[in-house]
Design a protein around this ligand. Sequence first.
Ligand SMILES: Cc1ncc(COP(=O)(O)O)c(C=O)c1O
Length: 432
Amino acid sequence: MSATSAAPALWPALLARADHLRDDLCLVGAKGHRVRFADGREALCGTSGLWNVNLGYGNEAVAEASARALRDASYLSVFRYSNTYARAAAETLVGLAGPDRFARVLFSTSGGAANDAVLKLVRHVHAIEGHSERRIVIGLRGSYHGLTYGGFSLTGENLGQQLYGVDPRFVRHVKPNAVDELNDILSALGDRVAAIVVEPVLGSGTVALDDAYVNALLALRSRHGFLLVADEVATGYGRVGPMFASSAWPDAPDVMLTSKGLTNGAAAASAILVSHRIAQAFENSDQVLVHAETQAGTPASCAVISAVAEEFTRLDALGNGQRIAAVLDAGLTSLAARLPVPTSTAGRGLFRTLHAHAPDGAPVGSAVVAQLITAVREAGAVVHPGPGGIQLIPALTYSEAEVAELLGCVERGFAQVATDGGFARPVLEPAS
Ligand SMILES: Cc1ncc(COP(=O)(O)O)c(C=O)c1O
């Protein structure tokens, strides 16, 4: 049966229905730091895919590792079995994150699914330790932990949780970087809190947790006995400087999740690293964590994880990423003087937001942000929308020339929106 052109078979995620057939939004290929669209246009990727292609597109070693694993082992599970690819990848991850901090690794298939698993894991740990009353998990307002039911409940932005019947009973949210609020909620609920889950830099708006807040989290953990979880799905793999953002914390989280840069986008994989204490709790009690996924820990995904780790070293991705972050920082500072509206920046490393403001300082609304995204793309670069501005999330392997090109596209995009009168109209509309 032939499909009518008005009803495409593909239902793209979170894309307005009117845009489903647009060839200028349909990707056909990618190489290096550039993506190609179905209308024939090419653009500089200022987003590292979905913040995951940290080493750029078309990495040969990663492609070869995946192809070899598929040829040699096809599919092997870690569901009531183990496999050597998963063993090797787990060893690699513990080595990268620090064997003093983490003991064991569980594999999952996405950031959301990993957060689901973590909600079970933290409650199970407390139950093993005789505290099954500890069931509440605290997240941060404005955070993003995915759209699976568990991850969605933890996500601190209102994205329709109520509509979908997401169960909020065992989740609370507090304001990031507000130590008082943390103290208050723990005073009220402390002995029922299983865990606090934080993104070291919140992806939405790239809001970094400040040192005082991290120190308070660590001190309060000792006082109240909750587990501290770092959701490094986005901040891992050099995105904000070090391999993992929480490695710069004075003490380790009990659990760390990572996903995006883990495979450079080449496989649906995530990893949950757990502390020695958690590993020991399960070891001593001989209990089984009831979480498993058919496609977790497969040879191809784990071979990719191992290859990405090697490529990070071979390409000096962390070193280059830190150099490029400094170039981006300087570039953003000088760009601000040339933009037609006041701006401010947020974030760390290569995880940045450029906020645009009305003359009175109010952030621009989502309609203006959408215009900026389109105008910057028309100027030659893909950037992401953020609250009150655009997010710049380039690959760690960018060159200085590519940073200049990206900022040039941003400058032309802002100029175009100004010419179109975009900043004059709904500037005062509240940010979404
Ligand atoms: C911190 C964080 N956690 C979880 C997720 C969800 O990951 P996924 O889209 O793979 O489910 C994301 C995705 O952006 C994220 O940034």
